[in-house]
Design a protein. Structure first.
Length: 132
């Protein structure tokens, strides 16, 4: 079943733009639990292993599981050739689109750069599944 508004806009020759992904920041003073990603990451890993070779800026990708006051979720860590905000936003939008329909209902995934204090968390708990 397609949305009636979507069908009408396509009939008019207008392809709707996907909604912009929200970029949220976890305050540095937040308590954060970190652990291994578990089985939730498996279907995403399979999809991203096919996706990342086509994107030369992605040098490495790994998952960990994090939990804070908003609950547990997967955290996808990336090392990018160009770590500018614009490049990060571009690849985050590509990842969001590629992961649609894969996560179980109620599950979420965040995306970050692997650097600073997070570097150690990804080293200790991370499942590095892509490396260029």
């Amino acid at each position: 079943n397609l949305d009636k508004k979507l069908i009408a806009s396509l009939a008019d020759g207008v392809v709707p733009e996907p909604p912009k992904q929200d970029i949220k920041y976890i305050p540095k003073e937040s308590q954060l639990k970190v652990g291994e990603p578990g089985l939730d990451a498996a279907p995403l890993i399979e999809r991203f292993q096919k996706l990342f070779p086509g994107h030369p800026h992605v040098l490495q990708a790994a998952f960990i599981k994090i939990e804070d006051t908003s609950g547990p979720r997967l955290l996808l860590g990336l090392r990018l050739q160009d770590e500018s905000k614009d490049e990060f936003r571009k690849i985050a939008e590509i990842i969001a689109k590629a992961s649609e329909g894969i996560l179980a209902k109620g599950k979420t995934m965040d995306i970050t750069l692997i650097r600073g204090k997070l570097d150690g968390a990804f080293e200790k708990y991370g499942n590095i599944f892509y490396k260029k």
